[in-house]
Design a protein around this ligand. Structure first.
Ligand code: GAR
Length: 212
């Protein structure tokens, strides 16, 4: 049984999708805990309602990024994690933290990386006149929203799209690709060669929205 630790900062809809997939698909894994840097993160309630342990490491209670990351790592390591999942965890992590979890730390970002790391991705994609947008699950490196790509999903940008409309369409696909990527990590079916990730069973690492 592998241990999955999920880090959230807010709503936690990706966390919910992973919790449901782990249960419904009977992964050889358990969600060891959901950890938030915000005590008021809405997703904590969902986790508690589903009998999952929760923890809060409040970044505002720590004087530096290093001190926060050290406490976060202490809590996570106490859960013996095999896979650490950033699911809307909106903190920049120190290189030491990232290095400590190298190879077992995943993130989802709502753009087709390496385009549009950081915030306001949908607005920036619309303003750039992009015809396609999407989401990326990747291994985490010290650089923000950067690292070897595990799976991507593409959606069309429709004429007149608002950032919110586009975000909703992308989020629906995040909920498809993130559980798939976490399952691969649990199964040990991801290989990294020269910065490129392949899935050893040949499962598709690209999802296209029906309209795309
Ligand atoms: C998701 O859209 C995720 O891709 C994004 O935050 C949202 C969290 O939603 N993450 C990032 O922007 C990371 N740079 P959720 O809390 O409902 O899963």
């Amino acid at each position: 049984m592998k241990n999955i630790v999920i880090l959230i900062s807010g709503r936690g809809s990706n966390m919910e999708a992973i919790v449901r997939a782990c249960r419904d698909e009977a992964w050889p894994a358990r969600i060891a805990a959901v950890v938030s840097n915000r005590p008021d993160a809405a997703g904590l309630q969902f986790a508690a309602d589903h009998g999952i342990a929760t923890a809060v490491v409040d970044h505002r209670q720590h004087a530096s990024r290093e001190a926060f990351d050290a406490e976060l790592a202490r809590v996570i390591d106490g859960l013996a994690p095999d896979v650490v999942v950033l699911a809307g965890f909106m903190r920049i992590l120190t290189p030491g933290f990232v290095q400590h979890y190298a190879g077992r730390l995943l993130n989802v970002h709502p753009s087709l990386l390496p385009a549009f790391p950081g915030l306001h991705t949908h607005q920036r994609a619309i303003e750039a006149g992009c015809k396609v947008a999407g989401a990326t699950v990747h291994h985490v490196t010290p650089e923000l929203d950067h690292g070897p790509i595990v799976i991507q999903a593409a959606v069309p940008v429709l004429p007149g799209d608002t950032p919110q409309q586009l975000a909703e369409r992308v989020l629906a696909l995040e909920h498809q690709i993130y559980p798939r990527a976490v399952r691969w990590a649990v199964e040990g079916t991801l290989r990294l060669h020269g910065g490129v990730v392949t899935q050893t069973e040949g499962e598709p690492q690209l999802v296209m929205a029906p309209q795309a």
